[in-house]
Write a protein that binds this ligand. Structure first.
Ligand code: ATP
Ligand code: MG
Length: 280
């Protein structure tokens, strides 16, 4: 059997006992494991920092939008002759952008410290609802049909609600851009987006929740598919190519996986799979 003992001077000693067979008594083995434990901690910290490097790139991407919006609202405040009510709404928008930023930075800090990403228990249905509220205005502007099928059956996932929302937002924005691009070339019917939430038994027997987004855009050629999750890979003149890299990093931090299924001309289906949270 194994036991660990912390000495008063801070050293960590591993104690193992071993009976002497037929003889009475037992062997006690003391091993100073201070160094190897420190090494292990250092290693896992190093791994976190590597992922953190990828996260920093994604963070820059994520904070840009709320900062740009805040600046825009600020300039409204300065220039326009606004009444008190409009001024109040503008200030509220700025406040909510800043609160969003603060939350995001908080998530990243927690991740850097080695914690999980967020510690919320999130009902998948609530996540889907929030997403719809967030996206409706955008979708309206794009004249795109948006269908939601929520078969998540009351299941929950564990992590950061804001981070998961930004994952789904990234995927929807990509789909909308793809649909808009296809329409620029040839008008082949209205845009259509379908979001499905479902549960399924994961490969290792644990139950997962899938969030699957399907679009009827132009699809992705195989040679491009191989690169879409790489940071800074983009086919758009205005893209930073961080969208899907962020998606992958956040989903990985939630112990989940991302998959992609697309054929040129056949639209794109992209899904994230997250472990179901079971109450302890
Ligand atoms: N739904 C989709 N349909 C067609 N192509 C897609 C779709 N989603 C992603 N892609 C392709 O994958 C590439 C990478 O996507 P990603 O979101 O990482 O970056 P981006 O959208 O180009 O830029 P950013 O998201 O940083 O503004 C895109 O440039 C595009 O070529
Ligand atoms: Mg994108």
């Amino acid at each position: 059997s194994h036991d660990a003992l912390r000495l008063r001077d801070g050293r960590l000693v591993d104690i193992s006992t071993c009976p002497l067979g037929r003889m009475p008594g037992q062997v006690l083995l003391f091993r100073d494991v201070t160094a190897s434990c420190a090494m292990q901690a250092l290693l896992s910290r190093h791994q976190r920092l590597v992922t953190m490097g990828e996260m920093v790139a994604s963070l820059a991407h994520q904070i840009r939008t709320p900062i740009a919006s805040s600046l825009l609202y600020l300039s409204h405040l300065r220039s326009a002759r606004m009444d008190e009510a409009a001024r109040g709404r503008c200030l509220e928008k700025i406040r909510s952008c800043l609160a969003h930023l603060e939350g995001m930075v908080g998530d990243m800090l927690q991740f850097a410290r080695g914690g999980q990403m967020g510690d919320e228990i999130i009902a998948v249905s609530a996540l889907v609802n929030d997403l719809e509220l967030l996206l409706r205005p955008q979708l309206g502007a794009h004249d795109c049909e948006f269908v939601i099928r929520d078969d998540s059956g009351g299941k929950c996932v564990y992590g950061s609600r804001d981070a998961l929302l930004s994952v789904m937002q990234n995927l929807v924005v990509n789909a909308l851009q793809a649909i808009a691009e296809a329409r620029g070339k040839e008008a082949d019917g209205p845009g259509r987006l379908e979001l499905r939430a479902a549960t399924r038994d994961g490969k290792t027997g644990r139950e997962t929740v899938c969030l699957v987004l399907r679009d009827n855009g132009p699809g992705i050629p195989p040679e491009i598919q191989a690169h879409v999750f790489e940071p800074f890979y983009t086919t758009k003149s205005q893209g930073t190519g961080l969208g899907l890299a962020v998606v992958k990093a956040i989903v990985a931090a939630h112990n989940g996986a991302v998959w992609l299924d697309s054929k040129p001309g056949g639209g794109t289906t992209i899904g994230i799979e997250l472990p179901v949270h079971h109450e302890a």
